[in-house]
Design a protein around this ligand. Structure first.
Ligand SMILES: [Zn+2]
Length: 95
């Protein structure tokens, strides 16, 4: 997940939670592809991904809302790692 940066790691009841967000320079408009976007807040979503050893691993991802300065639309960023099935969305709390 080279587009993601790690913010911090949380350890909860034997479960690892990585807090991640998309790198600033990887954010773009899903509508027109422009990188000329500004952040308009975010929401957090939980994903489950491959365990490390026996430890379950979850990702707590900040999903940015982006306003495009070129086409003017406000869209949620694309969650590439979920589209590629590297992580699946889960409801929280799920552990
Ligand atoms: Zn756009």
């Amino acid at each position: 997940m080279t587009d993601q940066e790690y913010l911090k790691t949380e350890y909860q009841k034997g479960t690892l939670i990585f807090h991640i967000q998309t790198k600033e320079d990887k954010l773009y408009c899903v509508e027109c592809g422009s990188f000329h976007v500004i952040k308009k807040g975010f929401k957090e979503r939980m994903f489950r991904t491959l365990p490390i050893g026996l430890k379950p691993v979850y990702l707590k991802a900040r999903i940015q809302r982006l306003e495009c300065k070129d086409c003017g639309l406000i869209r949620q960023e694309r969650i590439r790692f979920a589209e590629e099935k590297k992580a699946i969305p889960v409801d929280w709390p799920a552990i």
